[in-house]
Design a protein around this ligand. Structure first.
Ligand code: GRF
Length: 203
């Protein structure tokens, strides 16, 4: 499976994908890592792994749609079959991503449908939740709103703070995302009739 990864930050989820491939758990070729931030750690990781990189600066585009059309045009040219959003911190334009329906996954640090958007750990704590988690979902035009494929949960501990909760969740993300991508690579998780199917049955 030819995969392109979009990341804005440190890139630990990208690292987890690369490690899964190294271990033989993910039959994938990483064709591109793209970012909206030249300083993203993910770009450095990609460079070290010999993966082509691309940086697009949102400030040089007139609006979000122009940026997204250029980005997703370049992703199409990369020959990627699947796009993985691994900490890509931008809202995406519905028209620009329409050609990628069913071919783009995102990892989001909450138990969706709870806490779409930012500050998910803080919001879970403020709500007094007893558990928190991460979700991998197919991307649609609705922010963090596409069909959820898999989740990982962890209990919230007494006196937990936002930073610690985020830190404890991260290793779960690092297992969850490669596991879901591996399902796509194995042909077990597919998009059919406008929704996700696993092993021949709708999710
Ligand atoms: C992760 O928590 C991911 O769920 C969220 O952004 C963070 C990215 O971390 N969307 P990293 O760049 O993969 O280390």
């Amino acid at each position: 499976l030819r995969i392109a990864v979009l990341a804005s930050g440190r890139g630990s989820n990208l690292a987890a994908l690369l490690a899964a491939r190294e271990r033989g758990e993910l039959a994938a070729e990483f064709v591109l890592v793209a970012s909206d931030k030249a300083s993203a750690g993910a770009l450095q990781l990609a460079g070290e792994a010999g993966i082509p990189t691309l940086v697009l600066d949102p400030k040089v585009y007139p609006d979000r749609r122009a940026f997204d059309l250029d980005l997703f045009g370049k992703l199409a040219a990369s020959d990627a079959e699947l796009i993985v959003l691994a900490g890509f911190m931008r809202i995406l334009d519905g028209e620009a991503i329409a050609p990628w329906a069913g071919r783009m996954l995102n990892i989001h640090p909450s138990l969706l449908p709870k806490y779409r958007g930012l500050h998910t750990h803080r919001r879970a704590l403020e709500a007094g939740d007893l558990e928190h988690g991460a979700s991998v979902h197919f991307v649609t035009a609705e922010l963090d709103g596409g069909p959820v494929v898999a989740q990982a949960t962890l209990p919230i501990e007494p006196d937990e703070d936002e930073h610690r909760l985020a830190q404890r969740l991260l290793p779960l993300e690092h297992r969850l995302l490669p596991a879901v991508v591996a399902l796509v690579a194995a042909g077990r998780l597919v998009w059919r009739d406008g929704g996700p199917w696993l092993d021949g049955a709708p999710l």
